[in-house]
Design a protein around this ligand. Structure first.
Ligand code: ADP
Length: 159
């Protein structure tokens, strides 16, 4: 069975990677779908986010990365994926994911599997990483080395 792990990945964190890895153990193939939403104000543009995700999952067999624009159910149908895998951190994730799961199932029968976030990364978010990074903090414990490097480069470029 083929699964999709969608998200913004702005930037990808160890929390995302944990979910992708675990999805890889449950399904034959995993497509990490990097969202491109014109209404969102990203720190990293689509190419940069895709590039960082590709590098971070390069050692995971059966995992590939694609750009997601438009409806998730349409993307999944086009990719021949029957299931979406999302990570659940706090109650607010659940409230949101339940609505998404219901509407996606109503639209095309797409199934959703919700994996509890691991204890280690259970409250980590890209938003927190961006916040800490923008205030000059060290985020290297939370993101792959390449991502920490890119954040540092961005910071240096901005002066
Ligand atoms: P974020 O919420 O961190 O900005 P995304 O919008 O990219 O990230 O989220 C995509 C998916 O990744 C969501 O299902 C979200 O719950 C999951 N996710 C994000 N961070 C973690 C984490 N630390 N542990 C488990 N799942 C996570």
């Amino acid at each position: 069975m083929r699964a999709v792990c969608p998200g913004s990945f702005d930037p990808i964190t160890h929390g995302h990677l944990d979910i992708v890895r675990r999805a890889g153990a449950l399904f034959d193939e995993v497509i990490v779908a990097v969202g491109r939403n014109s209404a969102k104000n990203y720190l990293f543009d689509t190419d940069q986010r895709v590039d960082m995700v590709r590098a971070s999952v390069a050692d995971l067999p059966g995992v590939r990365v694609e750009v997601l624009s438009g409806l998730l159910v349409d993307f999944c149908r086009a990719q021949g994926a029957e299931v979406v895998v999302k990570g659940l951190r706090f109650a607010s994730d659940f409230d949101f994911e339940l609505q998404m799961a219901h509407i996606n199932h109503s639209l095309t029968g797409l199934e959703t599997v919700l994996l509890p976030a691991s204890a280690q990364w259970g409250t980590l978010s890209s938003t927190m990483v961006r916040e800490v990074a923008s205030l000059g903090g060290d985020v290297s414990a939370f993101v792959p080395a390449l991502v920490a490097e890119r954040i540092e480069q961005k910071r240096n470029a901005r002066g």
